[in-house]
Design a protein. Structure first.
Lengths: 499, 499
């Protein structure tokens, strides 16, 4: 075994390291369908844990779930002018509803089953949901509508990467309708806060909350807000977005209501979403050259117990000990629920089992052999430390401290990611410095620069492979000058290479 | 207000009554996409509660969730001969991956984006999952594979009915792989038991567990097992199926493994599923002429509190009382979780609110006005009783008894459905009696008749609109004679009109 389980390492080749971590942790794999992945049980368990937390947050903020059709009539996509440009391009188009054997005996779409109007697999659902909302909303009494749906969507991406950009992906999309602009903006910001809370306090991934510059807005939105995280290669990952859609989609869909004063008014809408892309973010924020690292609050398993015995004679006593240890640990509470524990009783080399647990990112490993039992002790390894940094502990102490150990791993991961992010985020006040900051494949980070909308489309950006990420909401107002154009600027914008 | 809230009543027009219950309870509605429905929040909350229970049962029986692609290459459907016949017909076919404006400026599929091999939206996933499993399974050590996925599927149905038969529907599909036939059969039966447990103990819907006759098998299965429930119109609803696929799909997909003895063997697979059709079953099993009736264990809300006041002066005291009542109720436990309570504080007539709660199937309604407060009492209506059968109760008694009231409603609904089913299920021993039993639109029930496979396709069945539902597993072995052919028969088969 090399010093590290993942080859290449992050330093050697970050993109390949990412693919290898996914493989080693058994999270997902490519499918025979172009750009579509198979999410394997360990990867899906991460998504289930994310869903459970987010769903609870959505419900706590007054939302309910619903489900709208997968297929969207082609004409719906044409309703909102900017939306057409953004979404009515690379998408999966259903044109027939039957297969029939052709002259060669092979199945083919039956020409007689051609649809009058082709249907598109939803790339996002503003248009079809808006159609339905227009029927539901008559009066101000019908507002607000606060709904979310968990579903699959599809965008025919040319270059795909597992979790980060796939043709089909899983996500949630919130769609709300309000009587006033103020209320819709409030909703937009509230959901941005929910995403930020989730990213920082569950994924242990620090994020910058900010507004998108006009060129990076959701097609059809008045304002798009996002949370941006820094990965270990210093690139930015847009981890969630919340859109204030103003009246654009309400006009396109005809969502109107009679106000208290009896006047017909056009409603205001929002939409907001996060996707399985978050799993890509989680991988890249914390994992190391030994594989996946999972923040304990989202880990499908908190403790993997590895029974160690040299022969069948030693086995019964060891198994009895580890099974009772597992029960004691399961009786402990972490983050409001029982500690999740498994005994790896497979007939395999102990070292191989330990490495598997490491590669899969299990927060705590416990090795127990006859010598430990004699001392009523356990041998504990933490995933936030090196694979060989293990230490013995009295059993009772370990059981009593498991929740605080898991909390400590959670906060260590956050602190580590935050200090990395902060070290690689800096104010830059000249274009020369900006070019130097981003020059070279591995260079970069978050550059906080003054910027004016006149700089949109500046020639340097594609050359440096850099995009504006967001205008941080907590950034101070300053009297600055755009580093690209010299025009006045009141707020700094984060620029970075991005996923 | 008429005596009943739903028109027509069940007796007047059962199919229309069904649609009206869905509308009155705000469960779902049709969408602009042919055969696809919108599941509204109250309907989706039912599905979420069903999912939570079933998912827990799947995990308790050793399964994990995963996710496989929505789209299936056309050639995959051709791999299993019988499967082609069953599923490669009416399905949504994706043929293009881009839209482009045509000569009229309107979007159309870009001819340049035609796919080399069309893709089909999954009607079921045996073929695509089998392809992946073939890569995962090498040795007996890789078995069993015990996975499930929650997803949407699509079958281009010609005649659709909300929840019962829609083009797109939500379901779960379990797919497992085993080293031996015995183990796969055991899995098939285990999941049938899970479905039966869920139907009876959560949906309060009695079911018959049985094996399908050969003509009703899943295309490609060796044996199909199902749970069959009786609706209030005496028709059967197939509520869940569990398939023993033998080696058919394993051969088609190439799922092979090296046995302990080092021999290459073909694996055995199973698949099993339930869908949003269960919501249709729940509606039709329990609802009455006043709307939806929900078994408390699956109810999104257990208690609706209706504050009653004649003027603004009375309001504060009433609201304070009902809010503290709600808190007390929420502190009670039913079915392992907190009692779900809501105060309907909307500015609407109390009677309208009460009828809304009735139509939506909330198990318990509580009316509280100044007179009740004076007596520290509440006025309680149960959804399993008539809308006017309400009774006063001391507040403390009501709070203390809420869990047992909900349990009582749950068992009342089951007992009611079971006695209806039992009254309408009978042994029939001659073809003449069989014809009489089913003659007429409203006639029927479950007919237990002796039957021999030689009777498959008997002329009377389409005429009577009757199909074989299943061979009950708990039916005794008898020396009988097929009522259609006179051939020998060892087991009775249930025949019924069916959804």
């Amino acid at each position: 075994m090399a010093d590290n389980a993942i080859n290449p390492t992050r330093a050697q080749n970050y993109p390949e390291w990412y693919q290898e971590v996914i493989k080693a942790a058994n999270l997902a794999e490519n499918s025979p369908v172009r750009g579509c992945m198979v999410i394997k049980p360990w990867g899906y368990a991460l998504w289930e844990n994310m869903q459970a937390v987010l769903d609870g947050m959505f419900k706590a903020t007054g939302h309910m779930n619903a489900y709208f059709p997968l297929l969207i009539p082609l004409s719906f996509l044409e309703k909102e002018a900017e939306h057409v440009e953004g979404f009515a391009k690379e998408c999966a188009v259903v044109t027939h509803h039957r297969l029939t054997p052709g002259p060669d005996g092979k199945l083919r779409p039956d020409p007689a089953s051609a649809l009058e109007e082709p249907l598109v697999i939803r790339p996002t659902s503003e248009t079809i949901i808006g159609y339905q909302y227009a029927k539901w909303v008559q009066s101000y009494r019908d507002l607000p509508i606060l709904l979310n749906q968990w579903c699959n969507v599809m965008r025919w991406e040319m270059r795909t990467r597992m979790f980060l950009r796939t043709a089909e992906f899983l996500w949630q999309e919130g769609h709300t309708v309000h009587a006033s602009s103020e209320e819709a903006v409030e909703e937009t910001m509230k959901m941005l806060d929910v995403y930020s809370d989730f990213a920082e306090n569950y994924m242990a991934m620090p994020v910058v909350k900010g507004m998108k510059t006009p060129d990076e807005r959701f097609p059809g939105a008045v304002d798009t807000y996002a949370i941006e995280a820094m990965m270990q290669d210093k690139k930015a990952l847009q981890a969630g977005t919340s859109h204030f859609l103003g009246q654009n989609f309400a006009k396109a869909s005809g969502i109107k209501f009679l106000s208290k004063e009896g006047k017909e008014e056009i409603a205001f809408t929002t939409s907001w979403g996060v996707s399985t892309r978050l799993i890509g973010g989680l991988i890249m924020a914390h994992s190391d050259d030994n594989g996946l690292v999972i923040p304990p609050k989202l880990a499908p398993l908190h403790v993997m117990i590895l029974p160690i015995f040299r022969n069948e004679d030693e086995k019964p006593a060891v198994m009895e000990y580890v099974n009772s240890l597992a029960k004691e640990l399961q009786a402990q509470t972490f983050n409001g629920a029982a500690v999740r524990v498994k005994v790896d009783a497979r007939d395999m080399r102990g070292g191989d089992k330990a490495w598997e647990a490491i590669k899969q990112g299990v927060p705590v490993r416990v090795e127990v052999g006859p010598r430990d039992i004699a001392q009523n002790a356990v041998f504990v390894g933490r995933r936030d430390k090196g694979p060989k940094e293990k230490s013995g502990m009295p059993r009772a102490q370990f059981v009593g401290e498991i929740a605080s150990i898991l909390n400590d791993i959670q906060s260590t991961l956050f602190a580590r990611a935050k200090s990395f992010r902060d070290e690689n985020m800096r104010k830059i006040d000249s274009f020369k410095e900006f070019e130097e900051f981003f020059a070279g494949e591995d260079a970069g980070g978050f550059a906080l620069v003054h910027w004016n909308p006149a700089a949109i489309g500046h020639e340097s950006l594609p050359r440096l492979k850099v995009t504006p990420r967001c205008i941080p909401l907590d950034g101070p107002s300053e009297n600055g000058k755009c580093i690209f154009t010299g025009q006045p600027s009141l707020k700094r914008v984060i620029f970075a290479k991005a996923y």
